[in-house]
Design a protein around this ligand. Sequence first.
Ligand code: GLA
Length: 535
Amino acid sequence: MKIRTFLFLLISSPALLMSAQVDLPTMGWSSWNTYLIDINDSLIKKQADAMVKSGLKDAGYRYINIDDGYFGGRDPKTGQLLIHPTRFPNGMKPVVDYIHSLGLKAGIYSDAGANTCGNMYNNDTIAANVGFYGHEMQDAEFFFNTLGFDFIKVDFCGAQSIGNRQHRCYEPQERYTAISNAIKATGRDDVRLNACRWDYPGTWISDVAASWRISEDIQNEWKSVKNIINQSLYLSPFAGGGHYNDMDMLEVGRSMSPEEDRTHFGMWCIMASPLLIGCDLTSLKPETLELLTNPEVVALNQDPLGLQAYVAKRDGDTYVLVKDIENLNGNVRAIAFYNPTDEPKELSIDFSDIQLGGNVQVRDLFARKDLGKKLTSFSQTIPAHGLGLYRLEADERLMRGLYEAETAFLPTYQELYNPIAIGTPTHDQDERCSGGVKVTRLGHRASNDIRWRDVIVPDDGDYRLSFRYLADKKVRLYVQANDGEATQLNLDPSDGFETVEVVMPLKKGDNEVRLFNEYQWLPELDYMKVEKISE
Ligand code: GLA
């Protein structure tokens, strides 16, 4: 290629421009799933060696993360954190240096409170009073400047009243913000913080962490994988900009069936979860290595747009998920056909439902095989507990008409506290709704609104926005597009779902549509439809 054409491509491709800006999901290995607290320096070094020798490093895996089990208490006089005297007899520095000498990055673990989870649940008595609480700056300096770690997972056992013997109980936002500030104060701006609070914490987490756990600990069984996938289906609006929902460390290569391992890994990839391998890298089965290094599946996870897929179609218990890859709103998208049921199922998608038009070239990413061009729709039989992942390249990108409420950004959404008690929205199952899900408990505060932040239209002009809702009493609804004036809609009580419409100007490209009412609760919402009004 001539240099001039190449430069033009570089400048004109948003994906390439974005790749410079967005951190991609962390890829690496973590000690917890296989070894729990039974870790030591030679074990960690052997895993680092295996990461390189196996080819995993070349496939993009970089971080060697030491989880719970390395603590050796604190010096009672200085408060200095100590390293376990027999598991890491030479301290941590040589281990970190060794990891770095292999061209890898090193990760460590702590707690937002005083004790670690291993202290509470794995009887690691030496790990009392070793968490960040009261030692934020001292520990951050030690981890990131003295030892040179590049990543930290911060757990929450010691900060919960039931999780520590002192019955300490702290606010996650306050704790993670203090820890994030302490990390910034070390002068290191490249450290990745992972918040481990076991439920989606709230939208504030994107300001403090690179990734955050959304579920309880993964177990080495299909039921657990399926549960975690369920919990992440409607979290895509909260990932982005280099910040990710963490579906937990991988159980791939331990003892699930090959089909389940593929589904587990493939879903973590399309959902842009961090990929932290949890098995023993020194005894990888060939099929495990092949799966973990499949370049086309890994590329879905490391796509420069850094997006999490959202549910485009639900049919019974099966799902089709979709996300843009390579270019925002371009002709290429990736889809997942996800069958968590115990029977094989035929899954299908009409291309118009995922905004692809004309001929669509389909590529099977697991098999790394082109399946040819398809027109209008595509279907496949997916085995029980199975997954199909496909790259679709279409002649045209069509305008999106349907925006489910459960794919919108909800600024107050959180899973830590009882949403009824504190008045925050939830994604609720309702078979009367398209996709089987609605959003409830919006409104009553200006900030408790709903925002579709990705309403992309082809031209400036007037558009009809229709909202499908269920109102149990008279209610006002305000609709605002971008920074424009809001329109007030007056809704009457209804027995079933109704639709209300408004015409609003939208601008060519990206728009945000917002519904709010700071005094009253909003109706339950199923979806928004967007149509261009023809001239
Ligand atoms: C918690 C975390 C796990 C692991 C253990 C360590 O349970 O969720 O991922 O780090 O603590 O004790």
